[in-house]
Ligand binder design. Structure first.
Ligand code: AMP
Length: 368
């Protein structure tokens, strides 16, 4: 079946047209609404997409939606009711859901006879048990304001955990896999028998691992302190922790390649940034080994995970007692399996493919 996958951001639309697992076309419309940008608005952007690809025989459009709240544990066909539910979730994902909604609205208008399916970044994590999603805060506040862990990058964690189990010949219903999605955004996930049981992002994609420009875990008192003592308005603190934190905050650079270059040149700030980044990964690996009661595999994916032998080696250094080691030569070549022969815990590098996973979930949903 032919599936068009759309990933609508606030100022960009990424698209990929599939026939089964084959990619027929793909592209990116950028700087929407900016002067000199590729398109004036989302409608113009989608019209460009539709002019660029052959939509003859299109079976469905799959939309990446960041936040599905507590409602959605799977891909879901979009109707007016679902559209309203996604709108209702905007307060939980003010930076992400509005863009997806404009993409959906325009696609429904331009392709009224084609089924539209929402695939949520949060859906895979709906299997995390209650003690893994509740924050220990005033329960009445949490209930009233939908405050809990949701988790993100779900399509990537689901895809990579499944591919890893296939690669290693692990039984799909019992494999214990720790997935490390290390891109601009970064998150870790503990996957047991193909189901997410713990993840590092929380109510928003802000918590957990150190990211390109996001802090990952910080004591919430940092925010009170910056507000009360430093006198910064809440909006500025949010900007600082989401745009000027992480690698950017520590090293003045959000791109891991540059951080590694500066570290190699002896820059102490870049060295600290790299060390904090890798230590945080190791801390989560330890946590998830405990959550899973041991692991069959640890897998690295996304820009940093797939391409940085340095980060992989530093993140898992010193864990031989736990059965976790890396073969230096295999790691340097970014082979699929980078642990030595006979290792108790296999360490892998598996490229993620969120669009393919979306297309496959859409197909599965429509064939249900
Ligand atoms: P993504 O969001 O998955 O596209 O990942 C983007 C991140 O991957 C950026 O921080 C890049 O610096 C990082 N990245 C890409 N290639 C490399 C590489 N060869 N070494 C280290 N980091 C890389």
């Amino acid at each position: 079946m032919k599936i068009l996958v759309l990933n609508s951001g606030s100022s960009s639309v990424k698209y990929r047209l599939f026939n089964g697992t084959d990619t027929l076309a793909k592209g990116l419309i950028e700087r929407i609404g900016e002067s000199g940008g590729d398109a004036g608005d989302h409608e113009a952007a989608l019209q460009q997409v539709m002019a660029a690809v052959d939509l003859d025989g299109l079976g469905a459009v799959g939309h990446r939606v960041v936040h599905g709240g507590s409602e959605f544990g799977r891909a879901t066909v979009i109707d007016d009711e679902l559209f309203a539910v996604i709108e209702g979730l905007v307060p939980l994902a003010p930076l992400h859901n509005p863009a997806a909604l404009s993409g959906i609205a325009v696609a429904r208008k331009l392709l009224p006879d084609v089924p539209q399916v929402a695939v949520f970044d949060t859906a895979f994590h709906q299997t995390i048990p209650p003690d893994g999603v509740a924050y220990a805060i005033d329960a009445s506040l949490a209930k009233r304001w939908q405050i809990r862990r949701y988790g993100f990058h779900g399509t990537s964690h689901a895809y990579v955990a499944r591919k890893t189990a296939e690669l290693l010949g692990l039984p799909a219903d019992r494999a214990r896999v720790i997935t490390l999605h290390l891109g601009n955004g970064a998150s870790a996930c503990a996957v047991s028998g193909g189901r997410s049981v713990a993840t590092s992002m929380g109510m928003s994609p802000q918590s957990g691992l150190v990211m390109g420009t996001r802090s990952g875990d910080v004591d919430p008192t940092v925010i009170f302190h910056l507000h009360r003592v430093a006198g910064l308005p809440i909006e500025e603190i949010e900007r600082s922790l989401t745009r000027f934190a992480g690698l950017q905050g520590l090293a003045g650079e959000n791109d891991m390649r540059t951080v590694q270059q500066h570290r190699a040149d002896g820059d102490p700030a870049a060295t600290l940034a790299f060390d904090v980044y890798c230590r945080r990964i190791k801390e989560y690996v330890g946590t998830y080994l405990a959550v899973l009661g041991g692991a069959d595999a640890i897998v690295f994916t996304a820009g940093v995970g797939e391409n940085s032998p340095e980060v992989r080696a530093a993140s898992l250094a010193g864990l031989a007692e736990l059965g976790i080691t890396i073969d230096a030569a295999r790691n340097e070549r970014s082979e699929r399996i980078i642990s030595p022969e006979g290792a108790r815990v296999r360490v892998c590098v598996v490229p993620t493919d969120e669009e393919l996973e979306i297309a496959q979930q859409v197909t599965a949903e429509l064939q249900k």
